[in-house]
Design a protein around this ligand. Structure first.
Ligand code: FAD
Ligand code: FES
Length: 283
């Protein structure tokens, strides 16, 4: 649904910006892993595409609010960073498919890199409501880019932090620390969000331990609603065939081992419908 929401609060969280927006219908329908697309630049802008942002928090206040956490990347997010309380924002959502949740009370490790960690907090709430044990592994390039460390420490059984420059927690990337976190927590499942290369490395570790991994991917998006095909990535289906699927509509959450990370950004020759290839077209 499309909502014109009023900005309730703005705040800085270390290197990130956070906006809380009154968006009743979206908050009500939200499930952990959904994202929203935000119109940027105002009425007369040349920025015609919306910007995709995951939802960090949903609250019932004022009929329903959503909190978005973002880093300034280019003109769209720079414009968003200038919004102030009482400004209005045009949001469409909730979009995409949320994280599937286990039926049984299993042990889950939630792995987040940079602002990708933001989406894991509603996931943690939902898992804990089901009696799951939750452990966090959060990382970033430097201490100010590790999102949510304090909140994670309050919620989870254990919280492990990594930074590439060694300014907080273990030096390195989240995937480097993941094997020992899985072993120590006897994890049954991994939930992850962050850049593609992080998700690829996290998935490789989960495969090594033979446990399921759900990843929320971030692929460039234009429409966010399944129309333009900007966001397609190669994903292996139940039948073993690779299809180019829309990260905005079929994702952004996928089983990690089904995503052909090494081929993202290309159309593999063996994907269904690929030019000159594709299993169904062979012969
Ligand atoms: C499902 C999803 C969830 C996301 N959640 C968050 C979040 O919670 N916090 C956050 O900081 N960022 C998030 N992003 C990335 C965010 O959408 C981009 O940083 C933003 O669109 C960049 O816009 P810009 O105008 O500032 O930068 P520019 O680089 O100038 O953007 C130019 C164009 O490219 C598209 N684009 C560029 N980079 C990306 C990207 N990484 N992903 C998607 N589209 C891109 C923009 O939509 C825009 O149309 C998410 C992306 C996706 C796909
Ligand atoms: S962004 Fe248009 S189809 Fe996914």
């Amino acid at each position: 649904m499309q909502v014109t929401g009023t900005v309730l609060t703005t705040r800085r969280v270390d290197a990130y910006h956070a906006l809380t927006v009154v968006a009743p219908g979206i908050a009500e329908r939200y499930r952990p892993g959904h994202f929203v697309s935000v119109a940027v630049g105002g009425a007369h802008t040349s920025m015609i595409t919306r910007r995709a942002l995951t939802v960090h928090d949903v609250k019932p206040d004022y009929g329903g609010t959503v909190e978005l956490v973002f880093t300034v990347r280019g003109p769209g997010t720079a414009w968003l960073a200038e919004r102030r309380a009482r400004d209005t924002l045009d949001l469409v959502g909730p979009l995409g498919r949320p994280f599937p949740l286990p039926r049984d009370p299993v042990h889950c490790v939630l792995v987040g890199a940079e602002y990708g960690s933001a989406v894991l907090f509603p996931v943690a709430d939902a898992l804990m409501e089901r009696g799951c044990r939750v452990d966090f592994l959060l990382g970033g390039a430097s201490a100010d880019r590790v999102f949510g460390a304090m909140r994670a420490r309050r919620m989870a059984e254990t919280t492990t932090l990594t930074t590439e420059d060694g300014s907080l927690g273990l030096r390195g990337k989240v995937a480097d620390a993941l094997p020992s976190v899985i072993a120590d927590t006897r994890a049954d499942a991994v939930y992850a969000c962050g850049p593609m290369e992080t998700l690829r490395a996290v998935t490789a570790v989960a495969i090594e331990f033979d446990i399921p991994v759900q990843v929320a991917v971030e692929e460039s998006m234009a429409c966010g609603i399944g129309v333009c095909m900007t966001c397609v990535i190669p994903v292996i289906g139940d039948d073993g065939a690779t299809r180019m699927v829309r990260a905005c509509a079929e994702g952004p959450v996928f089983r990690g081992e089904r995503v052909r990370f090494e081929d993202v950004g290309t159309i593999p020759f063996d994907a269904l419908g690929a030019p000159g290839g594709g299993a169904r077209h062979a012969g």
